[in-house]
Design a protein around this ligand. Sequence first.
Ligand code: SF4
Length: 382
Amino acid sequence: MRYFRPERVYIEKSALEDRLTGEILSRLPGIPREIVEDAAGVISETRSESDPFTSGKKKLLLRRKKGDFLKPFPLIPEYLSCHFQILHLGTGCDLECTYCILQSYLTNPLITVFTNFDDILAELAGRLDAAPGQFFRVGTGELIDSLSLDHLTEWSVPLVRFFAGRENAVLEFKTKSDNVQNLGKADPRGRVIVSWSMNTEEIQRREEFKTATLEERVAAARKCERWGYRTGFHLDPLIHAEGWKNGYRKTVDLIFRNLNPSRIAWISLGALRFMPSLKKTAENRFGRTGIFAGEFIPGLDGKKRYFKPIRRKMYEYVCGLIREYSAEVPVYLCMESRELWEDSLEVALDDSVHLKGYLDQAAIRNTPSNFRNSGTCSTNRS
Ligand code: SF4
């Protein structure tokens, strides 16, 4: 895959002295740059263009973040939630997936990197040290791809070194890139999981542009495994397209024929869900994709989803494929009800706190750890 190179860099004046700003600029020789007092002007100018996201993905904005970097994943009481903590390093993604929910959420279409990185590490240390009895699963890949900008930011190295020394936390990098070369420079000591979103080969080719191919993702995962990282996979969004069964079978085969199941921290499953406004935005940007065709129902979070029997069938089938290879790899559902967990995974969970314990335990599975928690759950399958 080709790694991100912006056409223009905007730097907010207050970010000029930050070390990360200097490092990123030194890796972008020859790219025009502009210092702005406040980025609000360039953001609103880009928003007023006919396709703000296409335009915004050509621009890199370097600015400081005010407020907290570490925030809990928003809870939706109707669905079991994994109590994940999001570490905000920036916003916007240089890759292009037709179904990307950021197209519905982000008001700033520029690829934005927060340059006060020392504040991030200081906040993390403060939060983790203040709660030694609490286990933190931290991820950076919610509003930005965790690794696709790493050739410019090199965030990964200090983050891996930071988490390698922590008992009560793990870090998950989540990506659709193969931009992993910096990860070889640090020893994660079992505390860092590098995970890839995966789909069928056809969906990847048709709906995910500028990303690494599935083979490239798995090759990157093999490198990470060799360097001591644990891996993870997110079969999300599962798309109910023609030939889906065969497509997901090939993807699960690809994962398990190349990676050691005892080093896989988890595999999540999540069926396609989207805000109603996304269909129009995606079709304006990419033409008719076909993935929004068919019948959807509004979920309790306002997002559209497949009908429950379709979701159940997909989860059950894909979980079955995983279980053909491994009875041990933890599998979880993303934003689903207890009922679907029981019906399709045969896993009984009481509530979101129970799910947190289950995933905390998965996070330190097969790693030396002094951290103890009570995360168990009953399953009839394994
Ligand atoms: S990789 Fe993720 S964040 Fe980036 S465009 Fe695709 S869905 Fe959106």
